[in-house]
Design a protein around this ligand. Structure first.
Ligand code: GDP
Length: 203
């Protein structure tokens, strides 16, 4: 049910692996290139206009931001966007260490939602994210965002192309189209999250 996600509240930010919570709650992380539409997707999922704005406030963009889902004792995690142009080297290195460490070793992490602009999918850093998932057999679910930029036929074509390109990866990867603008694709995203969070919907 989407209502679980509508309860999301900002919990805290993490700037160093030692600050990651030790409680046993499971978590799903949202990750993607800057400007791909990650904040919009989080806002659409949680039905809160300003939720992911927290992650965009100066000083928080390079942090891992945790949102708690009180009803299901779980976290949504907003990872720092990557691929910013002209980022100073020390910032990029900090980001790579924090993110790489998180993706490769974070025990409560049960899946990632990888956000890609449908017009610019599978860039080098996106593939690196998928490789991190492969390394520990972590499932990834890809949102091809801004799907409204394409007509229906071209959306489907792009889905097929991307699924084909991903078929050689051994870890579980699913792909869907998504539009925050048109509120399209939300049920599929919720279904995936419910599966990872082990939420069973009674009919
Ligand atoms: P982030 O940097 O990945 O968090 O990206 P944002 O969510 O801030 O979105 C970046 C830009 O893309 C903003 O101008 C959004 O309005 C726009 N955008 C995000 N999602 C969509 C979408 O589904 N459709 C369209 N047309 N634009 C979108």
């Amino acid at each position: 049910m989407t209502t679980y996600y509508q309860q999301a509240r900002f919990a805290f930010s993490v700037n160093h692996p030692s600050q990651l919570p030790e409680d046993p709650q499971i978590e799903v992380a949202f990750v993607g290139r800057s400007n791909a539409g990650k904040s919009s997707a989080l806002n659409t999922l949680t039905n809160q206009k300003a939720l992911a704005r927290v992650s965009k406030t100066p000083g928080r963009t390079q942090l891992i931001n945790y949102f708690t889902l009180p009803d299901i004792n779980a976290y949504l995690v907003d990872l720092p966007g990557y691929g910013y142009a002209n980022v100073p080297r020390h910032v990029r290195e900090h980001w790579q260490t924090l993110l790489g460490n998180y993706l490769l070793t974070r025990e409560p992490l049960c899946g990632i939602i990888l956000i890609m602009d449908i017009r610019h999918p599978l860039k080098k850093l996106d593939l690196q994210m998928i490789e991190c998932c492969q390394a520990r057999n972590l499932p990834a679910h890809i949102l091809l965002t801004k799907a409204d930029k394409f007509k229906r036929g071209k959306q489907q074509q792009q889905l097929i192309t991307i699924r084909r390109e991903l078929q050689n990866f051994s870890s579980p990867i699913s792909v869907q189209t998504f539009s925050s603008l048109k509120k399209e694709g939300l049920p599929t995203l919720v279904q995936q999250l419910n599966r990872w969070f082990n939420i069973k919907i009674e009919d």
